[in-house]
Ligand binder design. Structure first.
Ligand code: PLP
Length: 433
């Protein structure tokens, strides 16, 4: 498989080069030259296949011959060594729980896969790589956990001070070692701007080999297809394929779902569920893409005003030559509705949603009201305990802390507080040499 840049001014590269580089040299995002066809016989008997075999089949064409089959099979197996159950909430909506990994959010899948690929690619090289990433909350912990102690890799994580939850902050600041957490006095978009600037600063890039570990990176983006297949595997009514609502911020997760669908996975429709950051819902309504400044909400991992992966969705749909509205709709859900949804679903169905999943649930139930013959699946992107301070006042009772979170909460925070100024970041980076 070759990958071209969405800016079309850089050479095509293979999976290894795209993984190591992160972004294309012309600042475009790498996109696969074609969408492979997933074997129909596996779709038709999907319950008979193990998750590892399904995931291996899904990712193999994208990796090409950059990783030997036995190594790739093992990477996939390690990536998904936790359960991903589909839980019924009521008659119409089921929840695909992606929060049983080490940092209790779906980003564990992409981060674990990417770190293992990168580690394989760097094994026999003298080169040291610095993974530089901005996080709105969950990326940081997943990347820190996925890359902790991986040889030849330093990780630098920028996060917006005071805008991530306590659990999120602990997960990304307490590991130490090769993981460096920078607490930026700004919002997520500021963090992303600083990271972008470092990637274009020849002073830095001549001394450090930088790569990204956000969903721009194909090795983090593409394995997110796996759980759409696992969701379908557990979906009992195969004659009425699910409508899937995806809580969306940077749009990497939903775009991976769209790739899985384009390769042959039966999915009726996608809903990109957004919080108050409504750039994409606005685009769907009036066809102009107008990036905005990020607005802080209670679903903070989705506080993105200019989603970087939306270009990939447009590229994919241009390939497919289909009207965007038949495949995708998008809705913006306010914090008030999000809170009411958490409360109602808890009281009526005894199921606790985290704020991100609640945005997805609300958008999905609105859609199903308009389309009563359909059934839906919400992608449950995080465990509610990650947003303890938001969720417990809404339901009026404490929630149990899983033991993994208890030990994370007791660990000591190690981070560097920095002003929202590029020179401050640059100094930190140059100290890593
Ligand atoms: C990152 C994240 C999202 C948004 O995912 P994107 O791929 O950026 O659209 C949604 N929910 C949670 C809990 C997240 O951590």
């Amino acid at each position: 498989m070759q990958y071209y840049s969405t800016n079309k001014s850089a050479p095509s590269v293979d999976f290894k080069t795209a993984t190591i580089a992160g972004q294309a040299p012309d600042k475009g995002l790498y996109f696969p030259e074609h969408i492979p066809v997933f074997p129909k016989k596996i779709i038709e008997n999907i319950e008979g296949y193990s998750n590892t075999d399904i995931a291996f089949e899904a990712i193999k064409p994208f990796v090409g011959n950059c990783i030997p089959d036995d190594v790739l099979h093992n990477i996939v197996k390690e990536t998904i060594n936790f359960s991903i159950p589909l839980m019924p909430i009521n008659n119409d909506i089921q929840s695909l729980e992606l929060f049983h990994g080490p940092t209790l959010a779906f980003k564990d899948v992409g981060a674990r896969f990417m770190s293992r690929c990168l580690s394989f690619f760097l094994k026999n090289e003298q080169q040291k790589v610095t993974v530089l990433v901005a996080t709105s909350g969950d990326t940081g912990g997943a990347v820190a956990n996925g890359f902790f102690n991986v040889p030849n890799i330093d990780v630098v994580i920028l996060y917006p001070s005071g805008k991530v939850s306590k659990v999120q902050e602990q997960q990304l600041t307490t590991l130490g070692g090769n993981i460096h957490a920078l607490e930026i006095q700004g919002n997520f978009d500021d963090c992303q701007q600083l990271v972008k600037k470092a990637f274009t600063d020849a002073d830095v890039t001549s001394k450090l080999f930088l790569t990204s570990a956000n969903s721009i990176n194909v090795a983090r983006w593409l394995p997110q297809q796996f759980y759409y297949f696992f969701g379908y595997k557990q979906w009992t009514d195969k004659n009425n394929a699910p409508v899937i609502a995806v809580p969306s911020g940077n749009f990497g997760n939903i775009c991976a779902g769209l790739i899985a669908q384009a390769s042959g996975l039966p999915i009726t429709h996608f809903i990109a569920a957004c919080n108050a950051n409504n750039t994409v819902p606005n685009y769907m309504a009036n066809h102009t893409y107008k990036p905005q400044k990020a607005i802080a909400t209670i679903s903070n991992a989705m506080d993105v005003g200019d989603p970087s992966n939306f270009i990939r969705i447009r590229t994919l749909l241009a390939h497919a030559d289909k009207n965007i509205h038949t495949i995708l709709s998008s809705e913006s859900i306010s914090d008030n509705i999000t809170k009411a949804t958490i409360k109602n679903v808890f009281e009526q169905f005894h199921y606790l949603l985290d704020p991100h999943t609640a945005v997805g649930y609300a958008a999905l139930s609105n859609y199903l009201q308009q389309h009563p013959s359909k059934k839906g699946m919400v992608i449950s992107t995080a465990h509610p305990v990650k947003f303890y301070d938001v969720v417990t006042p809404i339901i009026g009772q404490p929630i149990h802390l899983p033991s993994i979170v208890q030990s994370q909460m007791n660990a000591i925070k190690k981070s560097t507080l920095l002003p929202n100024e590029y020179d401050a970041l640059k100094n930190c980076l140059l100290q890593l040499i």
